[in-house]
Design a protein around this ligand. Sequence first.
Ligand code: GDP
Length: 456
Amino acid sequence: MTNSTIAAISTGLSPSGIGIVRVTGDDAFGVIEKIFKTKSGKNVSDGESHKAYYGHIVDGDKIVDEVLVLVMRAPHTYTKEDTVEINCHGGLTVMKKVLELVLRNGARPAEPGEFTKRAFLNGRIDLSRAEAVMDLINSKNDYALSNSISQLEGNLYNEICEIREVIINNTAFIESAIDDPEHYSLDNYGDKLLIDVDNLILRVDKLLTTFDNGRLITEGIKTVIVGKPNVGKSTLLNNILGTDKAIVTDVPGTTRDIIEENVNLDGISLNIIDTAGIRDTSDIVEKIGVEKSRENIESADLVLYVVDSSRPLDSDDESIINLVKDKKCIVLLNKSDLPSVAEINHIKDIFENVLYISAKENIGIDSFKDLIVKMFFEGSLQYNDEICITNARHKALLDECIDSLRLVKASVLDGMPEDFYTVDLMNAYSSLGSIIGESVEDDLVNTIFSRFCMGK
Ligand code: GDP
């Protein structure tokens, strides 16, 4: 197989200490020989692999930059092809100039994700690991990062392979028995198969249930702030964010737009949405906001219900309580710097997590943050070494797989002939195969890698 030589700037396109231009492919060494001069005048491609060489990138007689060139011979490289990394100075002009030289001397520009695509096509990593590379680059918090590293280490890959092995062993046995009934007996095979299939359904289902948590990990916990107008929602948001982004006024109903912000609490990423105050209103613009906040509550992972503790509860509070009481919710009794008037016991009867705070005076905010971290760290998030599905493509394929396995189970229970089992077993097998990139269509592979950033 011949691999054209590709190149890209692999570091960020902003001025920095070092910038890396990466070149990979059959002619990577040929390209570098034309533009790189070491002090000793030796050719780097004759030297030892996985070494850094000091010298200059030159355009004819002109020195372009002083660099270190990392030379890595196939197959022990990211792409399994000859690879050269030019560590030049990280100025935009320098990096572009070096890349331009590389391109003029035999390489072509890499497409987004093409290095990782080659790692996949050349068999160094499976597709689930290639996708984990992208997740890793895009990780917004510690949990997302550890999860993508775990997938990169092949945890998902291994689990998928183990499940596939059970499926293929059963299929092979059934096929052999059908072909060669003298040596293989299918008597009572359905019972044995049923045990295996039930076990596999449990395993796939376990992976699927991690998908919701997976979403929390990659995108952040969808957190919605609700409460009547003027209770201090915007003040709270500003307090958490440490900025003045939300408009704080004492005119009820001024938070009309939905404000969305991302905050990071000890590695947990919260996507906070401040909604318009919920109350009956005749103002059309505000009404849209109110509608939207009801929708947001529906889909929220966590609701922060802010109450003005210096005022009695009223029928609007009752409506909000009804909307949020079945959600994971923290009630914040705000304005604790003022005398408490609201019927707190009523709230405590309904909600488990109730805290006094003053958003304005910064009282109780630390305890509130600690509570969030505790809830998600110890409780619902259940983040340990468990494999977490974070990719919608993987989820859809696991859904397909579990459907096929359920069909196998139904066929066994209905006493269908054995050759019925193998069709669905093989469907389950190939759904799992698509997760790790076996027998996937070229265009799917292209779509996946085109979502990568440049130079990866
Ligand atoms: P929202 O409509 O719920 O977003 O409420 P705002 O954040 O705009 O606050 C409404 C009013 O309540 C403003 O005048 C704030 O300064 C005031 N406020 C907010 N939090 C507190 C607090 O903890 N204590 C006191 N005394 N006033 C507060």
